[in-house]
Design a protein. Sequence first.
Length: 66
Amino acid sequence: MFSQNLSSIDGVSIFPIISLVLFFVIFSSVLYWVLKQDKSDMEKLASIPLQDNNEIKLNEESKNEK
């Protein structure tokens, strides 16, 4: 059903190529960003769900004082 509808559209073959390129660009940029992050920053971000709200506020206030 879909193939019959899509085959009637002119230039429809470009959409899978655009989707693949877009996926590759986004995946590559996220992978680059992750690999370039500092490990200490990642450890801080990883511990956020385990902290209480008060601890998070105290950590933010201590950063502002520096």
